[in-house]
Design a protein around this ligand. Structure first.
Ligand code: ADP
Ligand code: SF4
Ligand code: MG
Length: 354
């Protein structure tokens, strides 16, 4: 699945994954023999442009974190290539990899696990500045003076220990640490999932504001698509290691082209109570299949309410959309949709009120 180019001043993507796959061995028995391979990410092509925010959504286990780690080169792909600012970084090691990593920083889900509990935050937040930039203590402090107010904290927070801050404050600190070395790309892996609901909105607003001010690009990962809609320019929807739909965020949310996207979004709570009462929710049958043994044909066919015979045999090709996105579903090729929203087929039979 290839991400289409948005309107930007340059056509070279900041980061480009080309046909990237990642499998993990499954070991069993006393001798820990390799019995199977988990297909965590399968043949994904994804481009992120300077200053844009791409939301990556899908159920737990669909391969989002693995894709994020591949983009950061924290994992080696099993096949495919990763380009950063036009340079092939797939096989980089040592100092070349360290230089690339300074341009791609990350924020994880659990802010309490992100900092050494025994160190004051100033020490942890200064670390990337010393490692990647070789800054002196005085220069670090200078940089932190600029940075900490940007994330809505004060310099006194730096003197505290992680346990003395709330989850939201600590996540702001993690964002400050990631931004300290002025990365071009920030991979945010479920950055608000561990926070309470009111704090979630604040951190998302902060991320949007920082992007406007700093022009950093985001890969914003979430299992709940409602959390990232407004902070994403484009959305990629993952299912069982594949990107099944991608496109402009508003269009994907309002007019999903893939049955999985439609089902995922139908489960999202909407702010308007009347709309919430009357909307129909599509309950997918069964669990996400075993990624060590993905179904043949379309990987979603075991749960899709629109499955046709071909879906059980042939993997669907990529169908380009007018919104510059793309979808992988036979409804657009052998079916009659031809790029139109899946809602045009009427609601599937397996539905329930929300
Ligand atoms: N290091 C690993 N070793 C073995 N399997 C892994 C590893 N990392 C992830 N997986 C498997 O790959 C699949 C995708 O995982 P992940 O990328 O964490 O999904 P998500 O972030 O969408 O929840 C899952 O089945 C997971 O168990
Ligand atoms: S290809 Fe077939 S099974 Fe897969 S999403 Fe489309 S209709 Fe459903
Ligand atoms: Mg994950």
């Amino acid at each position: 699945m290839t991400l289409a180019a948005p309107q930007t001043s340059t056509n070279t993507p900041l980061i480009e994954l080309k046909g990237v796959s990642k499998t993990f061995p499954v070991r069993q028995g006393l001798l820990q023999r390799v019995r199977a391979h988990v297909h965590a990410v399968s043949d994904i092509s994804l481009q992120i442009y300077s200053g844009e925010s791409v939301g990556l959504v899908g159920e737990s286990g669909s391969g989002k974190s693995t894709l994020g780690r591949l983009a950061m080169r924290l994992l080696d792909p099993s096949s495919g290539t990763v380009h950063f600012e036009g340079t092939d970084v797939t096989n980089l090691h040592g100092s070349g990899l360290r230089t690339m990593r300074a341009g791609v920083q990350t924020v994880f889900q659990d802010p309490f696990g992100a900092f050494n509990p025994l160190l004051p935050l100033r020490t942890s937040v200064s670390e990337p500045l010393q490692v990647h930039r070789g800054l002196s203590k005085g220069d670090c402090l200078e940089r932190l003076r600029e940075l900490i107010p940007l994330v809505g904290l004060s310099l006194s927070h730096l003197e505290r220990y992680p346990r003395e801050l709330s989850g939201g404050q600590l996540q702001r600190m993690a964002i400050a640490r990631a931004l300290a070395v002025e990365p071009r790309l920030l991979v945010l892996d479920e950055p608000i999932s561990a926070l309470d609901v009111s704090t979630q909105a604040q951190v998302i607003n902060l991320l949007e504001e920082l992007q406007r001010k700093l022009g950093v690009a985001y890969l914003l990962i979430a299992h709940n698509p409602a959390l990232v809609r407004h902070a994403s320019d484009r959305i990629a929807v993952m299912y069982l290691g594949e990107v099944v739909e991608i496109g402009d965020a508003g269009d994907v949310y309002d007019h999903p082209r893939h049955p999985y996207t439609q089902a995922l979004l139908s489960a999202v709570t909407v702010p308007d109570p009347d709309a919430q009462r009357t909307r129909q929710r599509i309950i997918l049958q069964g669990d996400i299949p075993n990624p060590a043994d993905p179904p043949p044909g379309c990987r979603f066919h075991t749960r899709c309410p629109y499955t046709m015979d071909i879906c059980r045999i042939e993997p669907p090709p990529q169908y380009p959309l007018a919104n510059k996105g793309a979808v992988r579903c036979h409804l657009h090729t052998v079916g009659a949709l031809e790029g139109r929203p899946v809602a045009e087929l009427g609601m599937p039979t397996v539905v329930t009120s929300a």
